[in-house]
Design a protein around this ligand. Structure first.
Ligand code: ADP
Length: 692
């Protein structure tokens, strides 16, 4: 819908331009008579009513003669030639004329109307002329002479006011040309009332001014755009194209500012004209080339630009007579440029580039109007000189296309801006998210660090403990050995006692080393475990068998309670374990309990099922001395003993609970202790339950 309204706008604008062009060509209903053998009969013609008359037809003509009205009056040999017609197209007595030379024209108009003043519109003629009307010299355009040295070319349209006698107008025109390839009257003069002719002349000026103004402003605007965005070279070339054509209108059209300057020279202007045409063509192809960079034809583009420079050089250095004679080459150059532009634009359409279709439309309109002018000069089309307007339409369409491109780009920028803003907002929340994640990671790193520090402390502690626990018995053994060796102890009974002491120390050292070895293997998970499925009932009865008798013998009460039936489903519960190692855990806990429970105390074991965790919780309780709350968090640490003197009589290695913990964790379980000091302790073990 948006696109449709844009196209409608373009169509409307083109229509307006064409209507402006047609205003000057309003036709009157009556067909004007033609000039016949130098005579135009307008006896029944009323200019006011029937409109102006174009003076085309057969004029009296004298080649290589500059006749004055008097000479015509007495002249005998009469020749006739068609007006408008270039000398280059005329044959006189079977001999073709050349474009350069001089000649005289004459026409006699017979009329009846009673206008006081008539207007004669004389178009620019190649390349200088004099006009007499009824014997009076009215206009000298340039200098008419019979040789190239004296003749001075000049080319412009003129409006002549003539007092109109009632019955006859005798018009004599001398034309001389030594500067242009073409010579003679190429457009027929026109006669009408002063109003009609003034209007025509003003319209010509107005049309040229309009074209000049449009192109000049568009050109400046494009240059301004280019200043802002150097990257988009096509705006520069488009501006150059517009300015070149505008300047051309200024120098050659009816505005003709150049005529009002003292240094005006026709040859300079014609040189400028050819240069401007070439520059416009080069700018045009460069515009297309840079506009559709991806679709251009590099090789052809550079050929066109190269040839453009050659044409520029020719127009600037060689004589006007020469370069006007090769006008056809310039025209072929323009045709190639148009074909190049159309091909590139068609390729751009195929690649679906923005504005390609509308650009092609502009070129086609331009091409059609050029074709119209060619047809007009061949006598097939009714309206002449549409090409400049075609160009204006083309330029107009292109500037519309460019403005559309720009507004699209601006729209894109706007939506990009909003997208960026949204993205930014998203980024902020993401950053917040990331920051909180980082804070969390930092916290966890900190706690890891604390843990590492704790581990490092415990490692150092462990080392010093190991060395202490190894050195102490060693020192004792060395002392005993030295005493034996130095014969300090000589009594055989004494000697035996000391040797027994040493053997005990060695055994406990051995035990310590074994425990250490076991613990380090467990920690490194380098132990072979033989997991077997064990029914809970079987495990309970195994434990009962294991400890009952021994504990009773030590004067302690012992009981096992299976409470799993209370909470468990009526299916058998199974544990998966390395039975020997699990017994090692129980040994450790139970013998510790024995150590700290006086005779008559009680050691009991409870088995419970925790449904929510699907595990068995085993609680080993004693009624012994209990554990000091200060010691409780550390009892699973290596070498931790409640009795800080390492030679305690009740002391073991301090590794038992650490080993128990490792074994339980190897079974994916958990171990912890509870105690009320002075009332006993409870050790809890949690082991997962498996389906058989
Ligand atoms: P050890 O081999 O020296 O017994 P453990 O690692 O087995 O070392 O035990 C560490 C410490 O925990 C013991 O020295 C003791 O102080 C304390 N402990 C363990 N079990 C009990 C208990 N049932 N009653 C009181 N204290 C206990």
């Amino acid at each position: 819908m948006k696109k449709l309204s844009f196209h409608a706008f373009v169509a409307l604008a083109v229509l307006v331009v064409i209507v402006i062009q047609l205003i000057g060509d309003i036709s009157y209903s009556k067909i004007a008579p033609q000039v016949q053998y130098g005579v135009l009969n307008l006896k029944t013609w009323n200019f006011e009513r029937d409109g102006p008359v174009t003076l085309n037809g057969k004029w009296e003509f004298n080649w290589n003669e500059l006749r004055t009205p008097e000479m015509f009056a007495t002249g005998k040999d009469q020749h006739y030639v068609s007006v408008p017609k270039l000398w280059n197209q005329v044959e006189l007595n079977g001999v073709p004329l050349s474009g350069t030379g001089y000649a005289s024209y004459r026409i006699q108009i017979f009329k009846n109307s009673s206008e006081v003043l008539l207007g004669l519109w004389m178009p620019g003629t190649f390349s200088s002329y004099n006009i007499w009307i009824n014997g009076k010299l009215y206009i000298k355009e340039g200098v008419v002479a019979n040789n190239a040295e004296e003749a001075v070319p000049s080319f412009r349209n003129r409006l002549i006011m003539i007092p109109a006698p009632k019955d006859k107008l005798d018009i004599v025109i001398q034309v001389a040309n030594f500067a242009h390839y073409k010579g003679g009257i190429s457009v027929a003069p026109e006669i009408g009332t002063v109003n009609q002719m003034t209007r025509k002349s003003k319209l010509e000026t107005a049309k040229d001014s309009l074209i000049f103004g449009c192109l000049f402003i568009i050109g400046l605007y494009q240059f301004g755009m280019f200043m802002g965005r150097r990257k988009e070279k096509f705006t520069f070339f488009f501006g150059l194209l517009c300015i070149a054509i505008a300047v051309r209108m200024l120098t050659l059209g009816d505005v003709m500012l150049m005529y009002w300057t003292s240094w005006y020279r026709w040859t300079g202007v014609i040189r400028l004209d050819y240069c401007l045409i070439t520059i416009a063509v080069m700018a045009g192809v460069s515009f297309v080339h840079y506009l559709f960079k991806e679709d251009t034809l590099q090789k052809y583009y550079y050929t066109l630009i190269g040839s453009g420079f050659v044409f520029l050089l020719i127009s600037l250095t060689l004589s006007s007579l020469f370069f006007t004679s090769i006008l056809i080459m310039y025209q072929i150059y323009i045709v190639f440029a148009v074909v190049f532009s159309i091909i590139v634009t068609v390729r751009a359409i195929q690649s679906q580039r923005t504005g390609a279709t509308i650009t092609l439309l502009g070129f086609i309109i331009f091409a059609v109007l050029i074709f119209n002018d060619i047809l007009y000069y061949q006598g097939f089309a009714p309206i002449r000189d549409l090409a400049p307007f075609g160009l204006v339409v083309c330029v107009f369409i292109h500037s519309l296309m460019l403005s559309r491109r720009i507004s699209k780009a601006m729209g894109d920028v706007e939506s990009l801006y909003y997208e960026l803003r949204e993205l930014n907002a998203g980024l902020e929340t993401r950053i917040e998210h990331r920051t909180s994640e980082l804070v969390r990671m930092n916290e966890s790193l900190e706690s890891k660090n604390d843990e590492l520090e704790r581990m490092e402390r415990s490692r150092r502690h462990l080392l010093s403990n190991i060395s202490h626990d190894l050195r102490t018995p060693m020192t004792l053994i060395r002392g005993y050995l030295e005493a034996l060796y130095d014969d300090v102890i000589v009594e055989p009974d004494e000697q035996k006692k000391y040797m027994k002491l040493m053997l005990n120390k060695v055994n406990s050292l051995n035990h310590l080393i074994e425990d250490l070895f076991e613990l380090s293997k467990l920690e490194a998970r380098q132990v072979n475990v033989e997991m077997v499925d064990v029914r809970l009932e079987r495990f309970i009865s195994h434990i009962e068998e294991q400890y009952e008798l021994e504990l009773r013998a030590r004067g302690l009460l012992f009981a096992c309670y299976n409470l799993t039936y209370r909470d468990a489903p009526p299916v058998s519960l199974n544990l998966r374990m390395d039975l020997d190692r699990m017994i090692q855990v129980f040994d450790n806990i139970i013998y510790n309990a024995v150590k700290f429970t006086p005779t008559g105390g009680k050691i009991s074991i409870r088995f419970q099922y925790v449904i929510s965790k699907s595990c068995i919780q085993i609680s080993i309780n004693d009624t012994g001395v209990g554990i000091d709350p200060e010691d409780l968090p550390y009892i699973f640490d290596r070498f931790y003993k409640r009795d800080k003197s390492r030679n305690s009589a009740v002391g073991g290695s301090g590794l038992g609970l650490s080993i128990a913990k490792e074994i339980v964790e190897l079974h994916h379980g958990r171990i912890w202790a509870q105690s009320s000091y002075g009332q006993g302790s409870t050790f809890h073990i949690e082991l997962p339950v498996y389906d058989l």
